[in-house]
Design a protein around this ligand. Structure first.
Ligand code: NAD
Length: 362
């Protein structure tokens, strides 16, 4: 009898709807594991951490002091969303999510934009055009390097100034671009679009462009283009069929991927993987959306983004067929019209979760 493969997963639901969608994702993943058998059997050993804004209220910290030490031995991290009124967003984000991403060198953030059957896109052409692209976000530096300062002395009340610098290193640019080109080679359309703003930002973004041109030479089989971020925003709406892999800096990709998920129908659908491709540290899988305080606690959060992130986690853990099964279950569920409120439906989080599990067994 072959041994069952076990994966140690750290669950960090954190705040608001993060708690609801992580609970849903765990149920779906456990159902998938329970249905596995024989030589392909696998199971998840979950450990849940109660870090987040409520923990901050009790302890003054967003995560335990030895949190990173504890997390580093897990096979993966399954994350919800962080942020809650009463705690400044920069405190909650830097204290938990960015602390994990940056200390675990999760330098590649992969955010697929998927159009699902049964979900109405605000894009008219989505009805008859195949649309499918991936945003690859530089996740370790750029505009989120945390460099800067404020409160410069001597300017008096009302005269304060603040500086927020963006950091672009040749190593950081090169690794994310090679990642994007390697990903493009696995896709039907081998194309990488680089997002830039080098017309206005003549240092960091010019370095970004130069590295893109240099790396592209090693991938002569991959089409390329370099597009200013403002033009790329328009292209997402007007010519998305021309996109396959979009590589962008930390801030540009953060904004563009929200636009992409809105175009696919809702922010609640979008999945993401924060990868440490060298596997020195665990990677982290999370929906793109935040804690949605406006709908938290009502049982109406869309769990599809979190479940899609679980599929990305399965791929990373070496279970691509299981990831494909999960995607098929998502498509069957949306195609059957079992949709939460953000998509115009009436289903609850639990209804969608149950439908996903039923679809796995179908
Ligand atoms: N990765 C993260 O942890 C992350 C990302 C973005 C924002 N945030 C934090 O989340 C908090 C709220 O931020 P925000 O309102 O700008 O963004 P948000 O993503 O939480 O919400 C934006 C809109 O999308 C809707 N929405 C989000 N997730 C949904 C889901 N699963 N199902 C249905 N609808 C959903 C919300 O109801 C809201 O109308 C802030 O504290 C912010 O800092 C965290």
């Amino acid at each position: 009898m072959s041994a069952i493969r076990r994966f140690r997963i750290a669950a960090i639901p954190a705040d608001g709807v993060g708690q609801e969608v992580v609970a849903a994702g765990r149920q779906v993943l456990d159902a998938l594991a329970a249905a596995s058998a024989g030589a392909l059997a696998f199971a998840f050993d979950w450990q849940e951490f109660e870090w987040g804004c409520a923990y901050y209220g009790r302890t003054g910290r967003m995560m335990a002091e030895d949190g990173l030490e504890v997390l580093k031995d897990f096979d993966a991290i399954y994350f919800g969303a962080v942020g809650w009124p009463g705690v400044p967003d920069y405190v909650s984000l830097w204290g938990l999510r960015l602390a994990i991403c940056q200390n675990f060198d999760q330098w590649a953030n992969v955010r697929p934009v998927r159009f699902l059957p049964g979900v109405r896109s605000p894009l008219r052409k989505a009805g008859d055009t195949e649309l499918d692209w991936v945003v690859v976000r530089e996740n370790s530096e750029g505009e989120y390097a945390g460099m800067g300062g404020r409160n410069f002395a001597g300017r008096g009340p009302g005269g304060e100034i603040a500086v927020q610098s963006a950091l672009f290193t040749e190593v950081g640019c090169e690794r994310i671009m090679r990642f994007a080109f390697d990903l493009a080679r696995t896709r039907r359309r081998r194309k990488v679009s680089s997002v830039t703003k080098s017309n206005a930002q003549q240092y960091g973004m010019v370095l970004w462009d130069e590295v893109f041109t240099r790396v592209a030479r090693d991938y002569p089989d991959v089409e390329t283009e370099s597009v200013l971020v403002d033009a790329m925003s328009a292209k997402f709406v007007l010519r998305p069929e021309d996109l396959s892999v979009v590589v962008a800096s930390n801030l540009h990709a953060d904004i563009l991927s929200d636009l992409g998920s809105a175009l696919a129908g809702s922010l609640g659908l979008a999945a993401s993987a924060n990868l440490n491709p060298e596997r020195r540290f665990p990677s982290m899988f999370e929906p793109v959306h935040g804690s949605a305080p406006d709908i938290a606690g009502q049982g109406v959060a869309n769990p599809v983004g979190a479940v899609g992130s679980a599929a990305l986690m399965l791929g990373h853990l070496g279970l691509p067929e299981q990831a494909a099964r999960l995607h098929a279950a998502i498509e069957a569920t949306t195609a059957a019209g079992i949709l939460t409120r953000d998509l115009g439906g009436t289903a609850s989080t639990d209804d969608v979760t149950k439908a996903l599990i039923d679809a796995l067994h179908a």
